[in-house]
Design a protein around this ligand. Sequence first.
Ligand SMILES: Cc1cc2nc3c(=O)[nH]c(=O)nc-3n(C[C@H](O)[C@H](O)[C@H](O)COP(=O)(O)OP(=O)(O)OC[C@H]3O[C@@H](n4cnc5c(N)ncnc54)[C@H](O)[C@@H]3O)c2cc1C
Ligand code: SF4
Length: 477
Amino acid sequence: MSKRQMLQFVSTAKEMPQKRDADSRAHDFDEIYAEFAAEKAAEQASRCSQCGVPYCQTHCPLHNNIPDWLRLTAEGRLQEAYELSQATNTFPEICGRICPQDRLCEGNCVIEQSGHGTVTIGAVEKYITDTAWENGWVPAIAPAAERPESVGIIGAGPGGLAAADVLRRAGVQVTVYDRHDRAGGLLTYGIPGFKLEKDVVMRRVAQLEQGGVEFVLNCNVGVDISFDAIRGKHDAVLIATGVYRSRGMQAPGVGAAGIVRAIDYLTASNRVGFGDSVAEYDSGELNANGKRVVVIGGGDTAMDCVRTAIRQGAQSVKCLYRRDRANMPGSQREVQNAEEEGVEFVWLTAPRGFAGEPVEGVMVQRMRLGQPDATGRQSPEVIEGADYVEPADLVVMALGFEPEDLPTLWGEAALEVTRWGTIKADFRSHETSLPGVFAVGDIVRGASLVVWAIRDGREAADSILTYLNQPAQVAAE
Ligand SMILES: Cc1cc2nc3c(=O)[nH]c(=O)nc-3n(C[C@H](O)[C@H](O)[C@H](O)COP(=O)(O)OP(=O)(O)OC[C@H]3O[C@@H](n4cnc5c(N)ncnc54)[C@H](O)[C@@H]3O)c2cc1C
Ligand code: SF4
């Protein structure tokens, strides 16, 4: 069996438990490798030199106490390790799976710096939290006392959910609104299931629901309910809506059938993973099976698209990026994974246009790196006369995301935004220009990372609690 055939087989097999029973905790692969994971986790944890200069901790956005939970893991004290890890991270098993550790904790491990290979911090974090769930060590959300105040959270991604967790534990009445039919934001419909199993996300959503968080799904704020109405219903509001406007390009043939947006492609694939019936997938519009696929872009979303296309059984998968390997924004680890799976990267190339209706090929221009721009990064320049056509049946545009124009969509001109359209919020308190309205995650930072959204959500929840504890201020609104 080739590596690609194996991936397609594994991908199908990994989805089976979700299809059989969405709530099922059965996970064939984890069960098979459970013993291996225990040995491996302890072995890795014991490699930590307890160096005393925990750069790993400093470079983790949540400042997780990594050296201490590694030591506890090495000593076999897994429940204590879990409790320490959960104290600073709302979703450790999710970060352990999908943080770009090579750019954060692991990239700054002293052992890695000395050339001996990092301690696999993310894998250990995942392992101890998965073990905690299996052993019933993860306590239910049970506030010591109920509070009368309510908070409305718009957006059920990691930023909104992390805030919901902190607020609910403090006894606040929390309602989370989301326009999707499932909570989780990009954890659910963006990041592919082969990187983050969906039952892991749904387990956290269920924990919040069982702890008293109310979810109002299929509710598009600004369409199904006004922002003003949400403000009127709650004592404070948190905006955690992420960034969803796909960057496009102006080029001949760009509207042809067969040219699709990355978010639509990945959402369809994730829905299929849940067992949903997706018309655009069944019709082939958002399905790479048997096709020559070209993905345009060099970020992590592009990496997810190429790796998804391989698993869907594409005939070939190529990724066009206008700079070279060293200058791409996506994780090098992801590039290596994609290459091993059969993806071909065509560096220093950019589309000039698209041929055919439906699409038959990408008109590609070759690039070289020129003089550094104001940021010091070399700008790509076109090499004239070197164009060629890259045959394609499916083109996925993964050029990044921008914020929607919330002040206009929500009819709230007083909600201040930056010149990039992201919401202006105080760096520490996360309060916006509207009193009692806070904002976190990608809608403030621009496209970022799950771990930063979690940090923002936790911090904003603390600020909201401080805000709610000032009765005169709340009454005055
Ligand atoms: C394909 C892809 C792969 C990624 N992979 C990784 C990765 O491996 N590791 C990593 O750390 N980060 C990754 N990221 C980035 C990460 O997913 C985001 O930074 C993170 O999810 C942001 O969290 P958030 O809570 O701000 O927003 P989101 O997760 O985007 O959630 C926002 C929620 O708000 C809802 N919403 C929006 N507008 C409205 C409205 N008007 N009314 C109601 N609901 C609304 C949306 O439906 C959504 O559920 C990836 C991003 C993408 C696109
Ligand atoms: S949260 Fe992310 S950066 Fe922090 S320790 Fe875990 S994997 Fe590393």
